[in-house]
Design a protein around this ligand. Structure first.
Ligand code: ADP
Ligand code: MG
Length: 451
């Protein structure tokens, strides 16, 4: 048997045993590339598949291989860096591909500062909708702590708040290497405080933050209603402020509109500079697309870019998402999409309301993804392989369907709402540091929208 025949025989057996969707996700673009002694080397398209096959399917694959060839005692997985195998005649459709996988970020988030070097002023496009925020941000980097303190930037989702905040951080690190800069999403800051209170360790938590010269907290609206955190933050704020340490905050709304925010904090937030980011105009949207496509080292016809710019208006992240799809198509099929193809590839991004899905479909999708039965997710088992998917269900019901915590509890076989809150928070915290979990969620969401 040749390597190809051997792998085909293995795949034929696997196909019978797992769902079609799982098969497509985990076994597409895999092949046997070598046999060394008793080991078979299988190439897989990315790190995520590698981990998954090693952890979840290895025994299964080995057993089948061993049955076909008694000599085989071990399977190794390596990531292939070549082009994924292409189907001969048909173009790969967007639902076949995961655009972000093609874009594997080379950038590393700095562990001390939490800052991602990809967010810079150089690649931040300025237009009338964000020029005030941009100007304030640049001013802050010239003389941290002395000009606008705090700097408070607000605006809707996907409009560049995080980018701008981190650009401030990157620029200060570059120009003032002696300064300690720290970026932290408010949610993580809050859970840090909560945990350190629980562990009777709040003093060392505070000390750590008091050491910084520049404190950047993203999405501060999450402080709403968190009294204990607000109190600790108030003291930290004062301690930094009095020593001319720069504080930069972002929020999805102005300080006034943050519900149950202590008055004294609100007035601190309003005491510096408040700048908002609005919606980008057509010209800026086009300029952003051109900047991004250049960064990706490729190009698309002007009429396609202008098609995207005229149809996606409210969210720069979605603008980028649309571009990623077309670039993915271009790379996989080795040709530039026509306007018609582009329109069809972007159909579900552009055609207004998202498809409505039910809780039942969502649970089914997650169960399928993790190769579990729906009833496993609903039963009270504490097994590790069930707990995480169940928490993902909680998280997605909350994020995608806006279910209340008690309603999620009811859907999941009568769980207490505190269990649900814990589960949702666990996932959102984990998502920040665990890239593969983020990838899993991306894939799950993709399945949810593609039905
Ligand atoms: P927010 O934090 O407001 O939700 P982000 O900062 O995460 O938004 O921005 C979403 C995406 O859009 C990011 O990839 C970011 O790089 C990009 N982006 C936002 N604003 C701009 C801009 N003015 N120029 C270039 N890219 C931008
Ligand atoms: Mg953000």
């Amino acid at each position: 048997m040749t390597k190809e025949e051997l792998w085909e025989a293995v795949l034929a057996q696997i196909k019978f045993k797992i769902s079609k969707a799982n098969f497509a996700t985990w076994f597409r673009n895999t092949e046997i590339i070598d046999k060394k002694g008793n080991a078979i080397i299988i190439s897989v398209p990315n790190a995520f598949s590698k981990e998954w096959l090693e952890q979840k399917y290895n025994k299964f694959i080995l057993k089948i291989l061993h049955n076909l060839d008694r000599e085989i005692k071990e399977v190794k997985y390596v990531i292939s860096h070549g082009q994924p195998k292409k189907q001969e005649t048909e173009d790969l459709s967007v639902s076949d591909i995961v655009p972000d996988q093609l874009e594997l970020e080379e950038y590393k988030i700095n562990k001390l500062t939490n800052i991602n070097p990809r967010y810079t002023f150089e690649n931040f496009v300025v237009g009338p909708f964000n020029e005030m925020a941009h100007a304030a941000a640049t001013a802050v980097t010239k003389n941290p702590g002395r000009i606008y303190n705090p700097l408070f930037i607000y605006g809707g989702v996907g409009l560049g708040k995080t980018h701008l905040l981190q650009a401030i951080g990157n620029k200060i690190i570059e120009d003032f290497p002696e300064k300690t800069v720290r970026y932290i999403p408010a949610e993580r800051f809050i859970s840090g405080i909560v945990n350190s209170i629980r562990n009777h360790d709040i003093e060392s938590f505070k000390l750590e933050y008091q050491k910084v010269d520049v404190l950047i907290i993203d999405d501060i609206q999450f402080l709403a209603g968190k009294e204990k955190t607000q109190e600790e933050f108030f003291h930290l704020f004062n301690s930094l402020y009095e020593r001319d340490k720069q504080i930069v905050l972002s929020s999805d709304r102005p300080p006034k509109a943050i519900p149950s925010l202590e008055e004294r904090l609100r007035s601190r937030f309003e005491g510096g500079m408040i700048a908002d980011i609005g919606l980008p105009d057509y010209e800026t949207r086009l300029a952003i697309l051109k900047t991004k496509i250049k960064q990706k080292g490729t190009n698309l016809p002007e009429k396609i870019l202008s098609f995207i710019a005229s149809n996606i208006k409210n969210n720069i992240r979605e603008l980028e998402g649309a571009l990623n799809r077309l670039v993915a198509y271009q790379k996989l099929n080795n040709k530039t999409p026509t306007l018609e193809v582009a329109q069809s590839l972007l159909k579900n991004l552009i055609q207004g309301p998202k498809k409505v899905i039910t809780a039942k479909q969502l649970i089914k999708t997650v169960a399928e993804f993790y190769d579990l039965k729906e009833k496993d997710l609903l039963a009270p088992s504490r097994k590790k392989e069930v707990v995480k998917p169940r928490q993902i269900v909680m998280y997605l019901l909350r994020e995608e369907l806006k279910y209340s915590y008690p309603a999620i509890g009811r859907k999941l076989g009568g769980k207490d709402h505190t269990t649900i809150i814990y589960g949702c928070e666990k996932i959102s915290k984990e998502l920040e540091k665990n890239e593969s979990l983020a990838e899993e969620l991306r894939l799950i969401r993709q399945r949810i929208v593609s039905g």
